[in-house]
Design a protein around this ligand. Structure first.
Ligand SMILES: N[C@@H](CCC(=O)N[C@@H](CS)C(=O)NCC(=O)O)C(=O)O
Ligand SMILES: *[C@@H]1O[C@H](CO)[C@@H](O)[C@H](O)[C@H]1NC(C)=O
Ligand SMILES: CC(=O)N[C@H]1CO[C@H](CO)[C@@H](O)[C@@H]1O
Length: 397
C-alpha cells in the first residue's frame, strides 16, 4: 500500500503546484510571453496529469500484482504451516579446517563443541561469552561473511552454529539464544544428553508478516528443568532473567548497527576493526579481505539508515543507544547488586555483555563509556568472564 499512498500524495502536490503556476503570470502583467508561457505550462501540466492518471492505474496493477504473487508463493508453502522440522544429526564432521582451539584448563564438562562464527557478530560473541564464563573448551571455525562456504553443509544459513558431538554423530544447534538455553540446561544436570535436550527446542514452520515461510525455534529462552522444577521465588528470578534476554535480542542489538555504521567513515573504521580482531589477514586471502572490508562498509552504511527507521531509533542514534544502556543499568541498580543476577552474573548479564563485546573497538562503544555509567558493570563482567568464574558454580556430575 505505500506505493498507493505515495502516488495519491504526489498527485495532490502536483495539483497545488499547478495552481501556483497558473496564477503566476497574472500577477506579472509586464511579463512579455506570459500567455505563451501559460499555454506551454498548461501543456506540460496536462501531460504530467495524464502521466499520473496512467501512472496511477499502473501503480495499482503493480501493487495488486505483487500481493497476488506473494499470496501465490505463500500458498505453495501453506501445507508446511505448523510443521515441525526434522532435527538432523550429521554422520560426519564437515571437512572444514578449524581456525583455532580455545582450551580452558578449568573445563570439567566432556562437551566437544565447534563454533561456526564471525568473531564480531553480536550473536556469536554472546555464545562465546557463555562458553568462556563457564570455562568450556571449544573449537572455532571463522566463517567468511561474504561467501560463507564454511557453513555450506548447513541449510540454516546464519551464524552462530554450534556443532556438538553426540553419540550418533554431530548435532548442529542453530540460534544463539537456543544454544545458550540448551547448554545452560545441560550444565544444571550433566547426566542429560545434548541430542535429547535438543528435542525440547523444535523448529516450527510459519509465515511471517510478509508471508514468507520461516522456521521459529520454540522455547529458545527457556531452560529445561526436567523433574527439578525450581521454587516459586526462584521462578520470579528466572522470568526476569528471560525478559532481559529477550530484550537483548529484540531491542538492544538493533541499536548497534545504526551506531557503528553511522557515517561512512565510522563504517569503514568498524570494518577495519573487524578485520583486526577477526584476524581476517590470517584466515582470508587479500582479495577476499578487501571485498569484505570495502563492500561491507558501503553496504552496511547504506543498510544502517534503513535499520534506524525500521527500529524507530532517534535521529541522534547515539541517544537511543545510551537510553537502552541506561534502562539496563537502572534495572540493576534497583535490584541492588553488581549484576542483574546479584553477586554473580546470570544469563541476561552474559547476553548484554556478549552483545556489547562485539562493538568494543568502535567509536560508539567508547562514546557509551564516556556518556553513561556502563564502565563499572562492564569491567566487572569482563573480570568474571575472563577468569571463567562460572565454572566454580557448576554442579559436579
Ligand atoms: N537469531 C539468530 C540471529 C543470527 C544472525 O542474524 N546472524 C547474522 C550474523 S550477525 C547472520 O548470520 N546473518 C546472515 C544472514 O542473515 O544471511 C541468533 O541469535 O543466533
Ligand atoms: C538447524 O537447521 C538445520 C537446517 O535448517 C536443520 O536441519 C537442523 O535440524 C536445525 N537444528 C536444530 C537443532 O533444530
Ligand atoms: C544461569 C544463572 O546463573 N542464573 C542466575 C540468575 O540470577 C539468579 C538470581 O541471582 C540466580 O538464582 C540464577 O542462578
Amino acid at each position: 500500500m505505500p506505493i498507493l499512498q505515495r502516488l495519491t500524495k504526489l498527485s495532490r502536490n502536483l495539483y497545488s503546484f499547478k495552481n501556483v503556476i497558473q496564477n503566476y503570470p497574472r500577477r506579472n502583467e509586464s511579463f512579455l510571453s506570459a500567455s505563451r508561457q501559460t499555454s506551454t505550462l498548461k501543456t506540460v501540466l496536462k501531460a504530467s496529469l495524464i502521466g499520473i492518471s496512467i501512472g496511477f492505474p499502473v501503480g495499482v496493477v503493480i501493487t495488486t500484482g505483487y500481493s497476488w504473487y506473494v499470496n501465490k508463493e505463500a500458498s505453495k508453502t501453506y501445507h508446511l504451516e505448523g510443521k515441525v522440522r526434522k532435527i538432523e544429526i550429521l554422520q560426519n564432521k564437515p571437512p572444514v579446517p578449524v581456525s583455532r582451539k580455545i582450551v580452558s584448563s578449568v573445563d570439567i564438562t566432556d562437551l566437544k563443541l565447534t563454533l561456526f562464527q564471525y568473531q564480531t557478530c553480536p550473536f556469536c560473541c554472546k555464545v562465546r561469552t557463555f562458553l568462556d564464563y563457564y570455562g568450556i573448551s571449544y573449537d572455532v571455525v571463522e566463517v567468511d561473511p561474504v561467501l560463507r562456504k564454511e557453513i555450506s553443509w548447513s541449510s540454516y544459513k546464519k551464524v552462530p552454529i554450534l556443532l556438538a558431538q553426540v553419540k550418533s554423530g554431530y548435532q548442529p544447534l542453530n540460534d544463539s539464544s537456543m544454544i545458550i538455553s540448551l547448554l545452560a540446561s545441560y550444565l544444571k544436570d550433566r547426566s542429560q544428553k545434548i541430542d535429547d535436550l535438543t528435542k525440547h527446542y523444535p523448529s516450527i514452520a510459519m509465515h511471517d508478516e510478509n508471508k514468507k515461510l520461516k522456521y521459529e525455534i520454540m522455547n529458545k529462552y527457556f531452560l529445561m528443568y526436567q523433574d527439578n522444577l525450581p521454587s516459586d521465588t526462584v521462578m520470579d528470578e528466572i522470568m526476569e532473567e528471560r525478559k532481559w534476554r529477550m530484550w537483548v535480542d529484540d531491542v538492544l542489538v538493533h541499536t548497534l548497527s545504526p551506531n557503528v555504521y553511522r557515517t561512512f567513515n565510522e563504517a569503514y573504521d568498524t570494518f577495519n576493526w573487524f578485520c583486526k580482531v577477526g584476524k581476517w589477514e590470517e584466515y582470508f586471502p587479500t582479495w577476499e579481505r578487501l571485498i569484505m572490508i570495502n563492500v561491507g562498509a558501503i553496504a552496511m552504511w547504506l543498510i544502517s539508515k534503513r535499520l534506524k527507521k525500521r527500529h524507530n531509533l532517534k535521529d541522534d542514534v547515539r541517544q537511543s543507544f545510551y537510553d537502552e544502556i541506561n534502562k539496563w543499568l537502572f534495572a540493576i541498580k534497583k535490584r541492588g547488586g553488581t549484576f542483574m543476577g546479584g553477586e554473580k552474573p546470570n544469563l541476561s548479564d552474559l547476553a548484554v555483555y556478549g552483545i556489547l563485546k562485539s562493538i568494543e573497538g568502535c567509536n560508539a562503544f567508547k562514546d557509551a563509556l564516556d556518556n553513561t555509567n556502563l564502565g563499572t558493570w562492564y569491567n566487572a563482567m569482563m573480570k568474571e568472564v575472563e577468569t571463567h568464574s562460572g565454572s566454580k558454580y557448576l554442579a559436579t556430575k
